[in-house]
Every structure is written in C-alpha cells, then in structure tokens.
Ligand binder design. Structure first.
Ligand code: COA
Length: 190
C-alpha cells in the first residue's frame, strides 16, 4: 500500500526545505522553470517534463493531499529567501526492503553553488535515521555529468551501468548509472 510521508520543514544553512504547495502560483513558477531551462534538463527525462501549468498544479496538489498512489516519497522544495530553487528528497521508499532513492533538481540559476551537496547529508539522515533505510540509491543517466558528480562527491559507490536502459522519443538510447550507499557506509562518515 502506498503512503505519503508528509515532509516537515527542515532548515539547512540558508535553505528552507518544505513541501511545494499545489497552488497556481507555484505551478506556474515550476512550469516556467522547466520550459525556460528545458535544454538544461535534457539528461533527466524524455521530452517535456510538463505539458501544462494545470498538470503541475494537479501533481503537487495530489502530493499535498496524500493522493499520489504511486509510491512513498518525501520530497522537499528548496527555498532560499522565499525563492524556490529546486527540489530534493527521497522517492520510491520501499519499507519492505528498506531502500529509497535520492532525487533532485535545481533551476539553472541555482546550479554550480554546491546546493545539492550541502543538503544531501540532511536527506540521507532522514532516510537512514527517520525512515530506517538500509540503503539509498542514486540512479542517473550515464551522460548526466552533474548528477554523476553529485553522487560521487557524496560517497556513493558506482554499482553498475545498466546499458541502453531507455529509448527516448527522439530515438536516443540512454544507459543508467546506478549508485548506492549503505547505512554502514553512511555511519562511517558521521
Ligand atoms: C543535477 C543538478 C541538480 C546538479 O546541480 P549542481 O549540484 O549545482 O551541480 P553543478 O552544476 O555544480 O555540477 C556538479 C559538478 O559536475 C560538473 N559538471 C556539470 N556539468 C558538466 C559538464 N557538462 N562537463 C563537465 N563537468 C560538468 C561541474 O563542474 C561540477 O563539478 P565539481 O563538483 O567538480 O565542481 C542539476 O544539474 C540539475 O538540476 N539537473 C537537472 C535535473 C537532474 O538531472 N537531476 C538529477 C536526476 S538523477
């Protein structure tokens, strides 16, 4: 059974991590980010991330209402001085196997400042300590250099490359780099 894990607000340095509300204001903002910066998201997903502002609003509203039937997750908007910079958190939390996946995106203007690296340890703490995970994965497109680096810099082990895992609508074929960190490895860095 799926269950939404309602994120509480977390402060990390200058950043406030909190749920993105499913309101027209934020839906428009997110839609605009993904439309304006679309080329810079090209290693992440196939085609357009969002078809319309309404679709974005529905997605975040469903999350806030606990209606997303797909999986357990705890995703947070990243805010600095009330500006939405991106999103980070755990998705695909599998309570039986005690695993989860860290996911993140930043708008273009927020990249290159080490923001994901600053916040990642807090998300790991949440996963390993609060949600009692044994293992956290980061899976990224093998050509997604920035995300690859985020995983490496944060001590995730490259466990394999799943070759030609995805065929995108433009005909390109994509392999997936699979990184993981065990709780025992996380403990060693404390
Ligand atoms: C992934 C993402 C959040 C990383 O943002 P960031 O943490 O600010 O990352 P940076 O832009 O600082 O890049 C990280 C590293 O990769 C390097 N890098 C990035 N693009 C590169 C490129 N095209 N060629 C070589 N190196 C590159 C940077 O120089 C940096 O290296 P350093 O850590 O040694 O200084 C951002 O690129 C993003 O939002 N991408 C789209 C969404 C996405 O792919 N999410 C991940 C899904 S798995």
């Amino acid at each position: 059974m799926s269950e939404f894990i309602k994120p509480e607000q977390i402060i990390v340095d200058d950043f406030v991590l909190k749920q993105i509300p499913g309101t027209p204001k934020f839906a428009k903002e997110i839609y605009d980010i993904f439309t304006t910066d679309s080329a810079t998201f090209k290693h992440w997903f196939d085609g357009d991330m969002w078809k319309s502002v309404d679709e974005v609003e529905r997605y975040y509203y469903d999350k806030s209402q606990n209606n997303d039937p797909r999986w357990k997750y705890a995703m947070y908007g990243i805010f600095r001085n009330n500006e939405l910079l991106g999103e980070i958190g755990l998705s695909g939390i599998d309570t039986k196997n005690q695993t989860g996946e860290i996911g993140y995106w930043l708008k273009k203007s927020a990249r290159g400042q080490g923001i994901v690296d600053k916040i990642m340890p807090t998300i790991e703490e949440l996963g390993f300590e609060k949600f009692n995970l044994r293992k956290i994965n980061i899976w990224c497109d093998n050509d997604n250099i920035a995300s690859y680096r985020n995983a490496e810099k944060n001590g995730y082990k490259l466990e394999g490359i799943q070759r030609e895992r995805k065929l995108w609508s433009d005909g390109s074929v994509h392999s997936t780099a699979m990184f993981g960190k065990l709780k025992s490895e996380y403990k060693k860095t404390l």
